[in-house]
Design a binder for this molecule. Sequence first.
Ligand SMILES: [Zn+2]
Length: 512
Amino acid sequence: MKTLALIAVAVCVASAQQRRPRIAVGGLVAESNSLYPRAQKMVESAPVTREEWLESAARQNTVASGVVEAAAKLGVDVYPVVRAGAGFLGYVEKKSFDEKLDKLIGQLKTASPPFDGVILIQHGALVVEGYLHGDEEVARRVRRAMGKQFPIVITHDFHSNVSDELVANCDVLITYKENPHLDTKERGVQAATIIAGMVRGTLHPVQVVARPPMIVNIVFQDTFHAPYEPIKAESRRLERTNPKILAASVPGGYQWSDVPAMGPSAIVVTDGDRALAEREARRLSGMLWDLRDKLVFRVPDAATAVRDAMAGPKFPVVLMDTGDNIGGGSAGDGTALLSEFIRQKAEGWVAVISDAAANRAAFAAGVGGAFDQAVGGKTDKIHGDPVRVVGRVRSLHDGRFVEPEVRHGGGRYGDMGLTSVIEVEGSTRDLPNLLLLTNRPTSPNSLHQLISNGVYPQRQRILAAKGTIAPRAAYEPVAARIVEVNTPGATDVNPARFTFKNVRPGLFGMPR
Ligand SMILES: [Zn+2]
């Protein structure tokens, strides 16, 4: 009996080595602004066939795109499992999170032939009722279900808050290096390459996380400029020059998740060398800590920023509406900049507001019709009051657009819902004041959000963008100047405006 069992095991191992490795790819994604008092449901992405998923990945520049492209070259087969997401404004409701996670684990456990590993494409700032670090809970349960030997590689956004438990419950954590996030596909390639080495037994990753006692405020998280750029560059240098270092990540953290691990971190993954991982993680964490003299928080308010922008001398000036940062989870109907444009009689400005009711009025009026509506400030009381806008409807659109370049997050297709362009009073033929009303808040990661609606950013003087760093990849090529503006809202960049309960006490950059 014993001999027979041994032969059976040997045959099994031999066939697993002969067939192409099978890797599952899925994940539960949210960047939870848990300071906002609202529960969000975790919703599964629309089901697609494996072929559809592969084809969609091949057309984009996302993490999945990199995984798919590299897997094909590495002789590894990848299969989509549960991919779910939740709205960012608030924390995730426990029941829907548990359901999606149970389903994902069920798919991993019952696959036939069995999977040889999983790549979990997570965000890293998932907060769930009852689980402050939701990503950690995902890793813990997948590890418990699949056992110690099952390779688990996780990717995170740059805006991830990385806990010790998360790192302990997966083999490899890789985070985006760039903000705006232009390296998403590259990270997918890296994840697939490492897991292929693991399933073939050629790589044996160990990883260590170190966290400096600080936050790096989002206004300083531009990885293409000082002060963050040199730290990103050092993480790249480590991967390039030391073959034992499989991944080195320095995520900036997400300051609206009220969780113990909130803030930046350094995660180093080596091939079997724990001492090296520990040394380099500590050194990168030290580099982050050494930034603090350069992190002096000085951001103008809306009135000051609009006045300065009007003074030029060069245009267009891009004003980042940081308090109503749509990519960071905000409502997209904040009126702080719009109200200043109108109050100060600025010329040649562009603003985008998500307001379905005002948009309906524009569609009812039709092209050329008069428009006189209270716009924005309707989601809640923290994004400014509705502003009276008088003008005429210039054009109406279906709100869909395509971004052919690599922009923040690597997506290609945008959909703002029905969109109207209002020419606001005070406009001239050469310098119109243009308000885009959309049905859906859409992070301004692409200039085609404007161009597809007949708005030419280079011809305007002031462009308001509802974000902080993410829009830079789109706007830098046309901007004379970019200014982050401290506007009120769910993503107010001043942490003193919020009450935190769970963040580690005494962090540099947090209110005392
Ligand atoms: Zn991000």
